[in-house]
Design a protein around this ligand. Structure first.
Ligand code: UDX
Length: 477
């Protein structure tokens, strides 16, 4: 009797943690369903993974899981966070494309026969994967690791340019309402659009890059999003006009918990890129319920020393204890170089706060002592906070973050948006208001309940994962 065919899925994330992490969670979920998985990292990310013991655990759990790596087009000593992320976006095309193609051809050669992988799941900003998939006739699904709302906004960049809304001209009123994005009329102001809309020229390579990448996505046979239907139902249905299949699978961490059968199970992505300082959990244990504000600006964003000090004064003046992640590469000098955390700040913090280089963020957010999250509004952080029922103060900087912070404050009413404002007095006021607002806590807890329902058996994300599994299986018949 013929053995059933085991589907083989190749995963290609964009090489930055905020993209790699959700892709790896998805790869683990599909491995859990018995699929063979090849996860293609950049050489740079893979080097960092190799130092983690999680990799060994992962290989033991999933014997059919393998990592492969390809170049990202940057020299090995080139920075890859802060403003250098732009270099990475532009560079991860040429060389990566050729190597990706060669790797697929190699993977498809089995016993002298062409047996290509069943399907590719590639990041929504790696459109070269769609070109290669079409050439090699391998089905491909695109995974945009941001919200449905941001994805929909990116699809309207050309329209925004045609209507003269973007790029912002001269002394444009940033409060001006945007009316040309269906479903979002009246909700978004100029300042809420993705950060690329602030570029000076319509033909700026970065703006053109996102227009091209986004336009290529509907050539894939489906779209995966790390969101859940009840959070973004209207945006998901708008996207339905462009994609015949949409799999909303969020929060992926929640699905992972459901399948691993233990709340807040760690995924293999935890601690892969930075070593987590678990001392902060013991520090949190010594604090009362909902008393601590957690502060983190993700894996890419950098702060100037003066900005850092304003945040610090605001936090201290709020009188609330705080847990603050300050990555060693995140403080910038005026010359663009990396600075140390000021020693006086570290010493003065000991009384009221705890500073760590990297935290087990999902575990921190799930800790009962956490009452608020001061965040840069990266999509993973936003969704993790919603899942944990923690209200947010948003300080968005780049990419999709201005969109996310608007949704948090205006659509979902689960936090405040500091957009384009800062300063110690504002931070002090917002921290106090957030931690003392029963109304915001109430709506945050409601959204957390919806998120949990979506990943339970029979929930929308749970069912969509089953659909994805079945659809991939049918590709291998
Ligand atoms: C980037 C973009 O900035 C973001 O806007 C986009 O949506 C995804 O890619 P990043 O800036 O890293 O991501 O932010 P975010 O999406 O929030 O991802 C950060 C991840 O790092 C989260 O999953 C978070 O749990 C994790 N993290 C962060 C830790 O595990 N520990 C920390 O101390 C800080």
């Amino acid at each position: 009797m013929d053995q059933p065919v085991v589907p083989h899925v190749v995963f290609l994330p964009f090489p930055a943690l905020g993209h790699v992490k959700p892709m790896l969670m998805l790869a683990e979920l599909l491995s859990h369903a018995g699929f063979e998985a090849t996860f293609i990292n950049s050489n740079h990310i893979q080097d960092r993974f190799e130092h983690s013991t999680n990799i060994v655990t992962m290989y033991c759990r999933f014997p059919r899981f393998q990592f492969r790596s390809i170049p990202d087009g940057l020299p090995s000593d080139h920075p890859r966070s802060g403003s250098a992320i732009i270099d990475l976006l532009i560079s991860s095309r040429g060389e990566s494309r050729t190597e990706f193609r060669d790797l697929l051809v190699h993977l498809g050669q089995k016993n002298g026969r062409w047996e290509p992988p069943t399907c590719i799941i590639a990041d929504g900003i790696m459109s070269f994967a769609i070109d290669v998939a079409e050439e090699l006739k391998i089905p491909i699904i695109t995974f945009r690791t941001q919200s449905a709302c941001s994805t929909w906004t990116y699809f309207h960049l050309t329209k925004l340019i045609e209507e003269g809304e973007v790029p912002f001209q001269g002394d444009v009123d940033m409060e001006k309402t945007i009316t040309c994005i269906p479903g979002l009329e009246g909700t978004f102001r100029c300042r809420d659009l993705p950060s690329i809309c602030r570029l000076k020229e319509a033909n700026d390579p970065l703006l053109q890059f996102f227009i091209k990448e986004t336009a290529a996505m509907p050539r894939a046979s489906g779209l995966i999003l790390n969101t859940f239907d009840r959070l973004e139902s209207s945006m998901v249905s708008e996207l339905g006009s462009l994609f015949s299949k949409i799999y909303t699978l969020g929060p992926l961490q929640g699905l992972f918990d459901t399948f691993a059968n233990s709340p807040c199970a760690t995924t293999s992505s935890d601690g892969l890129m930075w070593k987590e300082d678990r001392g902060c959990i013991a520090w949190l244990d010594s604090h009362p319920s909902r008393s601590v504000i957690y502060v983190s600006f993700g894996s890419l964003v950098g702060l100037f020393r003066d900005q850092l000090l304003e945040f610090w004064h605001g936090l201290v003046n709020s009188g609330k204890p705080f847990l603050w992640v300050i990555r060693s590469d995140s403080i910038m000098g005026e010359d663009g170089g990396v600075r140390e955390v000021p020693l006086e700040l570290k010493v003065a913090t000991e009384e009221r706060g705890c500073i760590v280089d990297w935290a087990p963020q999902e575990e921190v957010l799930a800790h009962p002592a956490i009452g608020g999250f001061l965040t840069h509004s990266g999509w993973n952080s936003t969704l993790e906070s919603i899942f944990a029922g923690v209200p947010m103060i948003c300080w968005p900087m780049i990419a999709d973050q201005p969109v996310n912070s608007r949704c948090v404050s205006e659509l979902w009413k689960i936090g405040f948006d500091m957009k384009d404002k800062s300063g110690r007095d504002l931070i002090e006021k917002l921290v106090r208001n957030l931690m003392e607002s029963d109304e915001i806590v109430k709506s945050t807890v409601e959204f957390a309940g919806m998120a949990r329902d979506s990943v339970k058996e029979g929930g929308s994300s749970y069912s969509n994962l089953q659909k994805l599994i079945e659809d991939i299986k049918s590709m291998s018949l």
